[in-house]
Design a protein around this ligand. Structure first.
Ligand code: LRH
Ligand code: MN
Length: 435
């Protein structure tokens, strides 16, 4: 029974009419897939139930048009503030039905009354996921600068300011019903010799300790590592190793968040995921895709098999009931040349779809091939799941949850972008930068 949501930006009749046109064909495709999976001993209804429970958070900063350091080419109907952003997030969730939570970023999404914002989101069928602090930009009129770092700055006053900001993010998050703080800092160096590696890491541990000790009950702190940028010689939390060392030294509430774009192109991310799972320190993900650097491209757009191999590790860990395994799933993308709503709908559905494919892996067979060192059959077992077209399952899940069988088609037919462009003045900020 679809949940009744007070205000849905897209006309429900339009969604229903388009679904009616497509549901017979979907029914045939679903039954054919069900028959095929049953031949392999898989119950499609059981898979559908797990897929229906899957959600991935949308980044509030992702519904605006992103840019690079060279330029940003604003699109039509750019969201002006968190209220517009929530409305756009509600469109995404109304049609794909697996993105019911929003991850906000402070101070970009700061408001005077967070309880009110929480109620506004609830009216749109949304809740808040992890909150993100920002000590990688200076705020207008700030007395101190993060130019040479924040939580690891050599100046204790700058570190104190950065800690203060994170504590304010936690307080705001509490009012939003969030239960996690994501800390990504760009601290590092761009010249050999510029920064002392051991002292800067020690300062990171001292500063994050102060934030950790302020975490409310039931909260977690997600440490996000990144290979480079904005620092181009060294980054204090440069890889999963530094992040894990810090999370282990801080305590059980600290875990390591994996942003897929924060690794060198050849790094085996799915193995990093397996390591973090094994030590109960996997916080979750910022899903996106990349070919070169932190490109923040749409999830699965460049390396869909890599995304599948990550989900293969996640489904395997869930099957083995690994202790402390409760990853948070979020998208973290920058949409420079597409309508952000379309990219986030497609990316949310792609991540959900990849989860569905990973559920189809014959793990009993895989275990046996691994034990028998039958490399080819082990690889084929994964490929068989990856090459299964599960779109009837994810479409059926959307339909049964009150969404659209074909979200993109309905969104374009709704003329939502044109409608908001009529009321939202054209954005004038052409400056560089991802948000
Ligand atoms: C850093 C990052 C981090 C966010 C920012 C918007 O590259 O991935 O997660 O704070 O993007
Ligand atoms: Mn990220």
């Amino acid at each position: 029974m679809a949940t009744i949501i007070e205000s849905q930006p897209i006309d429900r009749e339009l969604v229903a009419a388009d679904n009616t046109r497509r549901s017979a064909a979907l029914g045939r495709d679903y039954d054919a897939l069900g028959e095929r999976l049953a031949r392999g001993g898989i119950d499609i209804e059981a898979v559908k139930r797990e897929v229906a429970a899957f959600t991935v958070a949308v980044p509030s900063w992702g519904v605006g048009t992103g840019g690079t350091r060279f330029a940003r080419f604003p699109g039509w109907g750019e969201p002006r503030n968190i209220h517009d952003k929530l409305r756009d997030c509600a469109v995404i969730n109304q049609l794909v039905r697996c993105t019911s939570s929003v991850s906000v970023h402070f101070p970009w999404d700061w408001v005077d009354n967070f309880a009110e914002l929480r109620a506004e989101a609830a009216r749109l069928g949304l809740r808040f996921d992890a909150v993100n602090s920002n000590t990688f930009q200076d705020q207008p009129g700030a007395a101190l600068s993060y130019k040479f770092g924040s939580l690891t700055h050599t100046d204790p006053a700058v570190r104190a300011a950065a800690i203060e900001h994170n504590l304010a993010c936690i307080a705001a998050g509490e009012n939003l019903g969030s239960r996690a703080l994501t800390v990504w800092i760009g601290d590092g160096s761009s010249f050999p010799g510029q920064q002392h590696f051991r002292r800067s890491f020690e300062r990171y541990l001292q500063s994050t300790r102060a934030i950790y000790d302020a975490l409310p009950d039931g909260w977690h702190m997600y440490l996000e590592h990144k290979l480079f940028e904005p620092a181009f010689y060294s980054t204090v939390i440069q890889d999963w190793g530094s992040s894990l060392l810090a999370a282990q030294s801080l305590g059980p509430k600290a875990r390591c968040l994996v942003d897929l774009g924060h690794h060198a192109p050849t790094v085996n991310i799915e193995m990093i995921v397996a390591r973090l799972i094994a030590c109960g320190k996997l916080a979750g993900f910022h899903f996106n895709d990349s070919k070169y650097g932190d490109d923040d491209l749409d999830s699965g757009a460049i390396q869909p098999y890599r995304l599948f191999l990550v989900f293969n590790e996640l489904v395997d860990a869930a099957r083995d009931r690994v202790a402390g395994f409760e990853p948070a799933y979020m998208l973290d993308q920058s949409h420079n040349v597409t309508d952000p709503i379309e990219s986030l709908m497609v990316s949310g559905a792609t991540v959900q779809r990849t989860f569905a494919q990973a559920l189809l892996v014959d793990r009993v067979a895989l275990d046996a091939y691994q034990e028998a060192n039958d490399a080819l059959m082990a690889s084929q077992t994964l490929k068989a799941a990856f090459e299964t077209d599960v779109s009837p399952i994810v479409a059926r899940v959307r339909l049964e949850a009150g969404g659209a069988i074909e979200p993109l088609a309905v969104y374009r037919a709704s003329k939502y972008r044109e409608r908001v462009a009529a009321v939202r003045p054209k954005s004038s900020s052409l400056g560089g930068g991802i948000v």
